[in-house]
Write a protein that binds this ligand. Structure first.
Ligand SMILES: [Zn+2]
Length: 313
């Protein structure tokens, strides 16, 4: 739960990133093909159900906190959207491994991000991400995050915007909202870290943890207001999830309370209401790619969640 000693990277374009151990800067990441070359998906061949996918991850948010906390925005988005009762994160229920799977669709053994802090010498995620695939097809890509370690997911050449404005969700949501007001088609990731912070400090589901959830919900409200003000809001898919839950003052175990995560989809093509089919965090990347008409690579073992995509608007 250590915070980075520096928090003011700000917004910049196409970052050089940490020392690239596995992925040479500006080159394709290694894909899982025998030749080592990256398969090129056919451009524009798939229909595009949405033009924008916004993935909002509430770090350490347990699904049962949505009803227990003062979280009206999360409840409204859930009530207006499709939501999975049985969503799970990766067995290593920690921030960097889980977000790496969420944003690549690959299991931890494939993406290699098995640690949970910022280690410049470890380079980047070893598989293409949703950002890499989208950027490769000319879409806009952006990450707004609150933790330095997520830099490991920011493959060189995969992002138009990398932003680590501050650890507070007020700053993260303000930066993301400014971008989303008129961002072109593409995928945006927003990371709100307050629930995890509250859980480690005061215990998951404690009164003060729920207060941290409420604070993150207000930040989420800023993002939703921006998206709902867009003229093309019917072309926006919002996916809300978490990297892990928690119990006591920790997570990272196989405890179901650590593994169970929220998974909500909000958009014009969702099948409104809860569903019981299991969702894995790798399905987030698969769903985002299907929403944008992108062809996933072999690294992406997730499955698009049909409840997010298939209804005619
Ligand atoms: Zn944590």
């Amino acid at each position: 739960m250590k915070r980075a000693p520096w928090v003011a990277l700000g917004v910049f374009l196409c970052p050089a990133g940490p020392a690239p151990a596995q992925v040479p800067s500006g080159q394709a990441p290694p894909a899982q093909t025998p030749s080592g070359t990256r398969p090129t998906p056919p451009a524009g061949s798939a229909p595009r159900p949405y033009d924008h996918v916004v993935i909002v991850s509430f770090d350490g948010l347990r699904p049962d906190a949505i009803d227990r906390a003062d979280a009206p925005v999360l409840r409204r988005v859930r009530d207006q959207g499709a939501w999975a009762r049985n969503a799970q994160t990766v067995p290593d229920s920690s921030t960097l491994p889980a977000h790496s799977s969420m944003l690549s669709g690959a299991p931890v053994r494939a993406h290699g991000m098995s640690f949970d802090d910022f280690r410049a010498e470890r380079g980047f995620i070893r598989v293409p991400t949703i950002f890499y695939r989208a950027h490769d097809q000319g879409l806009r890509t952006a990450m707004f995050v609150a933790k330095t370690k997520l830099r490991h997911i920011a493959l060189p050449g995969s992002l138009d915007v990398w932003s680590l404005p501050h650890y507070s969700c007020e700053r993260v949501s303000a930066a993301a909202s400014a971008y989303l007001r008129d961002a072109g088609p593409g995928v945006t990731f927003i990371h709100l870290e307050e629930p995890d912070d509250g859980g480690h400090r005061y215990g998951w589901m404690s009164r003060r943890y729920l207060g941290y959830v409420a604070r993150a919900d207000r930040c989420f409200g800023v993002i939703m207001a921006t998206l709902e003000a867009r003229a093309d809001r019917a072309r926006v898919l919002v996916l809300v999830s978490a990297d892990h839950g928690g119990h006591g003052r920790r997570h990272g175990t196989h405890d179901p309370l650590d593994l169970h995560i929220p998974w909500l989809a909000w958009g014009s093509r969702v099948h409104r209401g809860p569903f019981d089919a299991p969702v894995l965090t790798t399905d987030t990347a698969a769903t985002a790619m299907a929403a944008l008409g992108l062809t996933p690579g072999p690294e992406n073992t997730g499955h698009p969640v049909p409840q997010a995509l298939s209804r005619r608007p």
